[in-house]
Design a protein around this ligand. Structure first.
Ligand code: COD
Length: 299
């Protein structure tokens, strides 16, 4: 099932309420409006400068009827206000608008006013692979250089999220540059440890974890067979765990810009899902993110 199948599954269910942090962005307004039309959302609250948001909505021919605007003077204030709506339970989904990722993440992590729920929050990118089928890539946008204990939590978040969107018993490929353990490549040691933890059932929910795997073997069964790698994950990975943010971010953007694959993303581990896509991403990508967040809330 791809994004459109997921959207179909959500038809007829009660719509969610969404708050956008600094929604001064045509694509975000259009995506929210489309989500309202499709019944995914019942209300949208946008923080930012009202006149600018109204002008953008008029230009994009977005009906602001189901929208409310909470005035904010700058992105930092816009992020804080949107997070406070989530904290008060006034919205069930949060979304990044036209502001930098670190601004919204700092508001979410704020010790006093933030909305952390799990010990570690992480980014999960959702990619529609040929099939179509949805696969997850983590962490391409939040945790910069995770150590092994952080990777365990990043993987727990992704496994938990996978189950919540219907990817049961997910197959996890722990990516590295090679498929053999090399003491000079620390990410291969982490991958071996995570694989063994998977075999011992040490993750939050059942999952089949294998690594290290280079991307070709993780993505293509033929490539794995060619290299004589026996792996039940090869060619069938539901989750790609990357060693750090740089390789993850490059892979995420390559899926989208080189592979032309539909993508989206969110932050997991806060008190509500946070749709977090790049400002340059398409309106469809933003709408896909809303749909994925709604699906995660459904379970
Ligand atoms: N989960 C839970 N708590 C966290 C996390 C996390 N992932 N990261 C930090 N914290 C906690 C720390 O334990 C500490 O208590 C507090 O938050 C502050 O931690 P710092 O000093 O590391 O926080 P910041 O504000 O300097 O950085 C946090 C960010 C998430 C903003 C930072 O890690 C970051 O910039 N990440 C990359 C975001 C980005 O630019 N992505 C762009 C790709 S699209």
């Amino acid at each position: 099932m791809g994004f459109s199948g997921l959207m179909k599954n959500l038809q007829g269910l009660p719509g969610q309420s969404l708050a956008v942090a600094w929604g001064v962005d045509e694509g975000v307004l259009k995506a929210c409006s489309a989500a309202v039309e499709q019944g995914l959302l019942r209300e949208v609250c946008v923080t930012g400068p009202p006149a600018e948001i109204q002008a953008l909505a008029a230009k994009a021919e977005v009906d602001l009827g189901p929208f409310s605007i909470v005035p904010a003077a700058n992105p930092v204030e816009g992020a804080a206000l949107a997070v406070s709506l989530a904290k008060k339970g006034r919205c069930s989904v949060l979304m990044k608008g036209n502001l930098s990722t670190s601004i919204i993440l700092r508001a979410v992590l704020n010790k006093e006013h933030g909305i952390r729920a799990q010990a570690l929050l992480s980014h999960i990118a959702v990619v529609e692979l040929p099939g179509p089928r949805l696969a997850l890539l983590t962490d391409a946008a939040m945790n910069i250089r995770p150590e092994l204990p952080d990777k365990v939590q990043i993987l727990n978040n992704a496994i938990d999220f996978a189950w919540s969107i219907g990817l049961e018993n997910p197959k996890v490929a722990v990516l590295a540059a090679v498929e053999t353990v090399n003491p000079q490549m620390p990410e291969t040691l982490d991958a071996a440890a995570l694989s063994q933890m998977g075999r011992r059932g040490q993750f939050v929910k059942p999952a089949i974890v294998d690594g290290p795997l280079a991307f070709d073997n993780a993505f293509s069964k033929e490539a794995a067979l060619q290299k004589k790698i026996e792996s039940t994950v090869a060619g069938e990975a539901d989750i790609f765990l990357v060693p750090e943010i740089v390789s993850g971010n490059i892979l995420y953007k390559a899926f989208s810009y080189l592979g032309y694959l539909p993508t989206s993303g969110l932050i997991y581990g806060a008190s509500c899902p946070i749709v977090l896509v790049s400002r340059a991403d398409s309106m469809e990508s933003k709408l896909n993110g809303i749909a994925v967040a709604c699906q995660a809330l459904r379970e």
